[in-house]
Design a protein around this ligand. Structure first.
Ligand code: PLP
Length: 393
C-alpha cells in the first residue's frame, strides 16, 4: 500500500467536467445533446488573437519566459485595469498565470492550514472549498441567497469573521448564480473589513466584463484600505473565449507576489509563451468582438430567463452578470442533482445540479447560456415537456 498525503483524500473536483465527459460519451453514441453545462463561451477566440499566437511561434517565441510573465503583457494588464476600472496597478504586482484557477490554488495554499478558517461563497465555484479542505483549513460557507438576487450580503459576511479567519473569497459576477453584488454592499463589506486588518481577501473577478442592465462592475482594487491584502483573480478565459489557452492573471500585494512567483517556478516555470503573446493582442487589439459576444449573452439571458419562468414548478431571478442562470426548482419536487441527471439521460439537455456548488445549491440547477438561442429554445422545450409529464423520482 502506498503511503500518500492525507490531504489528497480531501481534495474535491468540479463536477461540470464529469458531466461534460458523460455528455460527450452520450453524443458519441449518437444522442442529440444540448450543452448548457460547462461554463465556457461557445464563440471562437477572435481571429486576430489566434494570429498573434501563430506569429509569436513563427517569430521564435518558443522558449521559457520569465516566471511572472513577459513584461509587455504585465504592462498591458495594468493599463487595461486602469482603462476599465480607473485603478492604479503596478506591472510589478501583475503575475501572468496558466488560467484563473491557479490563482485560487496559490492563494488558498498561502493562507490555509489546520486551525484557521477561510470563508467562501455557497453556492460558489466548487474549487474554493475543495482547495480549502486540501490545506486542512476550516471552510466557512458564506450563504449566497436568492432573495438578495444572489449578491453576497456584507452584514452576513462580516458576522462570520472570527479571529481565526485568514482569507475571504468573494466572487462577483458570480458562478453559478450570475449574481452581481451592488456597490453599496461592497462598500459596506470593505468598511467592515477595516476592523479586521489581518484578514486577506481574494476577489475572483473573472466575469468582470459580463455585467448587464447598465450596471458597472465594482473592482475591489478601487478600495485603498484593503489594497495591501487584496488578491485579484482574472484572466482571458471567459472574456476572450480562451478557456483552452490556459491564460489568466493575478494581482498579488507585497510579499505574496514573491510567494506566487516562487510557486510558479516550482510548478509550471512560466505560462506558454505564444499564449502570452495572444493575451497581449487580446488586451491591446480591438474590443468589438468582446462587445458583440456580451451583447449576444445579454439577449440569450432574456430568452433563458423567460423560458425558465414558464416551466412548471420553476422560477428564475434575472441574473445580472456572467452567463449563468440559477433557477429555483423546489416546486418541481425534484432533488436538484436527480433532476440534472435525469434531464441529461432522458432529454439530452446538460445542466448542473446546484449541490455541485455547495450545500445551499440544493433546490437549484445551473444553466450556462453559452449556447445558441436556437439550442437554448430547443432545450427549454425539452425541459418543458419533461417537467409537464414526468413525476419527480
Ligand atoms: N473563477 C470562476 C468563478 C469560474 O467560474 C472559473 C471557470 O469556470 C474560473 C475562476 C477558472 O477560470 P480558468 O478556466 O481561467 O481557470
Amino acid at each position: 500500500m502506498l503511503k500518500t498525503v492525507a490531504a489528497f483524500d480531501r481534495i474535491g473536483e468540479e463536477n461540470a467536467f464529469a458531466v461534460l465527459a458523460r455528455a460527450n460519451a452520450l453524443a458519441a453514441q449518437g444522442r442529440d445533446i444540448i450543452s448548457l453545462g460547462i461554463g465556457q463561451p461557445d464563440f471562437r477566440t477572435p481571429e486576430f488573437i489566434v494570429e498573434a499566437a501563430i506569429k509569436a511561434l513563427r517569430d521564435g517565441h518558443h522558449g521559457y519566459t520569465a516566471a511572472n510573465g513577459i513584461p509587455p503583457l504585465r504592462e498591458a494588464v495594468a493599463a487595461d485595469l486602469h482603462k476599465r476600472h480607473k485603478v492604479e496597478v503596478s506591472p510589478d504586482n501583475v503575475m501572468i498565470m496558466p488560467g484563473g484557477k491557479p490563482t485560487m490554488f496559490m492563494s488558498i495554499l498561502m493562507f490555509g492550514e489546520p486551525g484557521v478558517e477561510i470563508m467562501y461563497p455557497d453556492p460558489g465555484f466548487p474549487i474554493y472549498r475543495s482547495m480549502i479542505e486540501f490545506t486542512g483549513a476550516e471552510p466557512i460557507p458564506v450563504p449566497i441567497r436568492e432573495e438578495n438576487g444572489f449578491a453576497f450580503s456584507a452584514e452576513e459576511t462580516l458576522k462570520l469573521i472570527t479571529p481565526k479567519t485568514r482569507l475571504i473569497i468573494i466572487n462577483s459576477p458570480a458562478n453559478p448564480t450570475g449574481g452581481v453584488t451592488p456597490k453599496s454592499e461592497v462598500d459596506k463589506l470593505v468598511a467592515g473589513l477595516e476592523k479586521w486588518p489581518n484578514v486577506a481577501i481574494m476577489s475572483d473577478e473573472i466575469y468582470d466584463h459580463m455585467v448587464y442592465d447598465g450596471e458597472k462592475h465594482v473592482c475591489l482594487l478601487s478600495y485603498p484600505s484593503i489594497r495591501d491584502r487584496l488578491i485579484l483573480l482574472n484572466g482571458w478565459s471567459k472574456t476572450y473565449a480562451m478557456t483552452g489557452w490556459r491564460l489568466g492573471y493575478a494581482i498579488f500585494p507585497g510579499k505574496l507576489y514573491d510567494y506566487a512567483r516562487k510557486l510558479a517556478v516550482n510548478l509550471h516555470s512560466c505560462v506558454n509563451a505564444s499564449a502570452q503573446f495572444a493575451g497581449l493582442a487580446a488586451l491591446t487589439g480591438p474590443q468589438d468582438e468582446v462587445a458583440s459576444m456580451i451583447a449576444e449573452f445579454d439577449k440569450r439571458r432574456n430568452v433563458v430567463v423567460d423560458g425558465l419562468n414558464k416551466l412548471p414548478g420553476v422560477s428564475c431571478v434575472v441574473p445580472k452578470g456572467a452567463f449563468y442562470a440559477f433557477p429555483n426548482i423546489k416546486r418541481t419536487g425534484w432533488k436538484a442533482k436527480d433532476l440534472a441527471t435525469t434531464l441529461l439521460n432522458e432529454t439530452g439537455v446538460v445542466t448542473i445540479g446546484g449541490p455541485d456548488f455547495g450545500i445551499l445549491g440544493e433546490g437549484y440547477i445551473r444553466l450556462s447560456y453559452a449556447n445558441s438561442t436556437e439550442n437554448i429554445l430547443k432545450a427549454l422545450g425539452r425541459m418543458n415537456e419533461f417537467l409537464s409529464t414526468r413525476k419527480a423520482a
